[in-house]
Design a protein around this ligand. Structure first.
Ligand code: FES
Length: 480
């Protein structure tokens, strides 16, 4: 696409969203737009840099790279810190430095040796202080000032068992940027979860295509037909023409017992298909309640059954020594969406006490790195060895659980289709695919340089908007 001024995404710009339900297709491959995202979005947004279990000991560090910026996240005696990953002498990365191509993610421990530049051997400790300059006398004194030699700090905040970084010193805090979604997820025990497995793949698609594949449940009928077949009442009520109430968990034409069977089959398929989102241990507990005494009315009966399941999961897992939340209480006080997004590139799938977490990083306009962690609770002292890096798989690998494999089958072909002659815009459902539009328009606001407080306010509105409507985000740029 010819070069154009995207600074204010002014009318006439082919990439501008004129109607919030119509997203220009070129936004998913245009190199200039990608460049602007790299320059104006990523350096100002909070990015999930690592899980804290990747750096459990003092001195443990991990390199986090995205869009050409490499950061060292390190656990120090005083907590987690982050430094720009460059030598103060002549710029060589002092840790890893291979970037995130193909998912490479360097890590190590610097407690004894510190960070040593591979070029001329200058050194830094974990706090970022320079501890050694080879041939000091060769340099002007002013170049050797302590502050000059210290690694450049990067803002870092920890929450939910993760470290988040932000390159922008002026950006609102993580909490101000994301808001109540943090409380909801924390109430569900997010920070106590540990990784059961961690897979990564390179997808031949723009990072937004990959993210947007998870922003609605409207794709379930065709992409995950097994889920729709197991619990048709849920999906038909939500997306089809059948009545039964929005998001109904029951089929009013079936008995309570038959509804329970549907729900159990659905949980089992989710458990197998995601290898952990609904954990096998939770399905087993729910199955033990298949014959529980329930009110005959389907609605009351199913509500009672879900209550019993939540109570039993809480009690049984606590008996095993797992520090899980009181599900009955948190489901009422802090209900979560099936998918919770933390703009721009991290989201979590929730059900009972386990979660799946996803992170997407662009590797170019039409390639991205896609990671999935399966997270669950463990009894204290029985936690598995922390995973320091993902298992890389081809995106069509059968080692991926069935549900992400089904999602991956769409993502690369959608990217190809976006280039088709005559496809000018993507057409969104205003009620069900609004999150896609909301995300895209928030990206535009970053590109346009809107004030941080306004970006944060809009960002907070994205939380809990899975399967939700197009919102007026209160932004100046673009259409609302
Ligand atoms: Fe690092 Fe010279 S570039 S010590």
């Amino acid at each position: 696409m010819a070069e154009m001024d995207l600074t204010d995404l002014r009318p006439g710009n082919a990439l501008r969203i004129e109607n919030p339900a119509l997203i220009p297709a070129a936004r998913y491959y245009d190199e200039e737009f990608y460049r602007l995202e790299c320059e104006r979005l990523w350096p100002k947004a909070w990015q999930m840099a690592c899980r804290l279990e990747q750096i459990p000991n003092v001195g443990d560090w991990i390199e986090y790279s995205n869009v050409g910026k490499s950061v060292i996240v390190v656990r120090t005696k005083d907590g987690v810190k982050a430094h720009q990953n460059h030598c103060r002498h002549r710029g060589v990365p002092i840790a890893g430095g291979e970037g995130n191509a193909e998912g490479a993610s360097a890590h190590g421990n610097c407690a004894k040796s510190g960070f040593i530049c591979p070029f001329h051997g200058w050194r830094w400790n974990m706090e970022g202080e320079c501890t050694f300059v080879y041939g000091r006398h060769l340099f002007d004194e002013e170049l050797l000032q302590k502050d000059e030699l210290a690694l450049r700090p990067v803002r870092v905040e920890t929450w939910g068992g993760c470290a988040f970084i932000n390159h922008d010193a002026e950006a609102p805090s993580l909490r101000e940027s994301l808001g109540p979604v943090l409380d909801r997820l924390e109430a569900h025990g997010m920070s106590k979860l540990r990784s059961e497995w961690w897979f990564a793949t390179v997808l031949p698609a723009n990072w937004k295509v990959a993210m947007e594949a998870f922003m609605e449940g409207y794709h379930v009928m065709k992409t995950h037909p097994q889920l729709q077949h197991a619990q048709p009442s849920l999906y038909n009520a939500r997306y089809g023409n059948e009545t039964g109430g929005l998001g109904s968990l029951l089929n009013p034409n079936l008995t309570v017992r038959q509804n329970v069977c549907e729900a159990l089959d659905s949980m089992e398929l989710l458990s197998e298909g995601m290898a952990g989102l609904v954990h096998g241990k939770e399905v087993e507990i729910a199955r033990s309640l298949a014959e529980a005494e329930l009110p005959k009315d389907p609605q009351t009966g199913m509500m009672a059954w879900y209550g019993l399941v939540c109570q039993a999961i809480t009690e049984k897992l606590r008996e095993r020594g797992e520090d899980v939340p009181d599900l009955v209480q948190v489901m009422q006080e802090h209900p979560v969406e099936a998918v919770e997004f933390l703009f721009p590139h991290y989201f979590l799938l929730t059900y009972f006490t386990s979660m799946s977490s996803y992170r997407v990083r662009p590797l170019g306009p039409e390639t991205c790195l896609f990671e999935i962690w399966s997270l669950t609770h463990y009894p204290e002292g029985e936690e598995p060895e922390p995973l320091r890096e993902p298992t890389m798989l081809p995106f069509d690998s059968r080692d991926f659980p069935m549900i992400p494999r089904q999602d991956y089958s769409n993502i690369p072909i959608q990217q190809k289709g976006l280039h088709s002659e005559g496809l000018d815009v993507l057409r969104l459902s205003r009620e069900r695919e609004g999150l896609i539009s909301n995300y895209q328009r928030l990206i535009d606001a970053y590109i346009a340089g809107e004030p941080g407080a306004r970006l944060a306010a809009a960002n907070r509105m994205l939380g809990g908007n899975f399967d939700g409507p197009i919102l007026d985000l209160g932004l100046e740029c673009g259409s609302s």
